[in-house]
Design a protein. Structure first.
Length: 365
């Protein structure tokens, strides 16, 4: 005799049960992909190889760092110098562990309580996060600051601005269109907070290191960017339109028009989303993703920054077409973490994640 269903089973609609099974199935696939990516990465380089750049820069004087084309601004050295005092074998795991914990913590708080476990697992198992963890990138730190700052825009605008300003002071290329978004959303206090927070870090770095490191950093930027996007070793991992232009063989004025056109699209997306909605998921996607369209290069590990917004959209989308769009968008974001196909998958992700909001039919509703 078949036992009667439990109260929990009766309370959970079959469609909801199926969706939960799909989510855990995606977790299993992403876990296998993360293991494969980590093994592949470690087969070709040492653990925390990208953190080695940060660690080495933190141990140098600013003059020495920028003679070596250190890619981060002098304000980032304020953060890196203390951890660089540790030996590399301790500093690398400590850096990744602490920044990943901060990123996971802020992501956990924004996800719906009923699906926090599976949601957070999806966030930290995206291929971009696997790349960032093995390489020791700064993506988890930037992600923690950006997610917390965007989430606080309505409740604590000054503190939100300070968090966004701090992220920009560490890696400004990830927030290149943040001012456009804040202005379009009329977040004037957050904009002032960002200027004060980021400005305080910049001013402190000038007091500590002087003005010359800033001049050296600005002078080295173009050479560093050119070296990355022109290297066959790196450009297949670029998800910004500049990387796709290289894969398509575009050059000269055609490449400039291509990149300029996408930069304009990025401005339209950042302004449009922040003007039209206060929902957190599309705002996170627009703040970061639109900025990537305008950046000279963005590597595939930076898709980590987009994962919390994509998972939040998936967790909160109503059943039907909106959930299918959110699911397809998350799959595209996961694919964007892989080389060669990342740039195309990133553009598909943006279209799926923000297209319904930006489409004329949605605007007229």
């Amino acid at each position: 005799m078949t036992p009667p269903p439990s109260d929990a089973a009766r309370a959970t609609p079959p469609r909801t049960q199926f969706f939960g099974a799909v989510l855990w199935g995606m977790v299993a696939v992403l876990a296998l992909a993360a293991v494969w990516l980590a093994a592949f990465k470690l087969e070709h380089q040492i653990p925390f190889v990208d953190f080695q750049v940060l660690w080495t820069g933190g141990r140098m004087t600013p003059d020495e760092a920028y003679r070596q084309a250190f890619p981060y601004p002098p304000s980032a050295l304020l953060l890196l110098a203390p951890i660089a005092r540790l030996g590399f074998g301790l500093a690398g795991p400590l850096w990744t562990g602490l920044t990943l914990a901060a990123f996971a913590g802020v992501s956990w708080r924004l996800l719906p309580e009923c699906r926090r476990a599976v949601g957070l697992t999806l966030v930290v198992l995206t291929p971009g996060a696997a790349w960032a963890a093995v390489s020791g990138q700064a993506s988890f730190l930037i992600g923690a600051l950006v997610v917390s700052g965007t989430a606080m825009l309505e409740r604590r605008p000054w503190l939100a601005g300070v968090a966004l300003g701090a992220a920009a002071a560490v890696k400004p290329s990830d927030l290149v269109l943040a001012p456009v978004a804040l202005i379009a959303g009329r977040h004037w206090r957050a904009l002032c907070g960002a200027m004060l927070g980021g400005g305080a870090l910049v001013a402190t770095s000038i007091l500590v290191f002087g003005v010359e490191p800033w001049r050296a950093w600005v002078a080295a930027l173009s050479g560093f960017s050119s070296g990355v996007i022109q290297s066959p070793r790196y450009f297949t991992a670029i998800i910004a339109p500049a990387g796709l232009a290289l894969q398509l063989g575009l050059s000269g004025w055609v490449s400039l028009l291509w990149r300029g056109g996408f930069a304009v699209v990025g401005v339209v997306i950042a302004a449009g989303v922040f003007r039209r909605t206060d929902q957190l998921a599309p705002r996170l996607t627009a703040l970061i993703g639109a900025g990537f369209l305008a950046s000279p290069y963005v590597m595939n590990y930076a898709t980590t920054l987009l994962a919390p917004g994509a998972v939040l959209a998936l967790m909160t989308a109503p059943a039907g077409r909106p959930r299918l769009f959110a699911l397809a968008a998350f799959v595209a974001l996961a694919v964007a973490g892989f080389p060669n196909v990342g740039a195309v998958a990133f553009l598909i992700f943006l279209a799926l994640a923000l297209g319904p909001l930006m489409a004329p039919a949605a605007l007229g509703a």
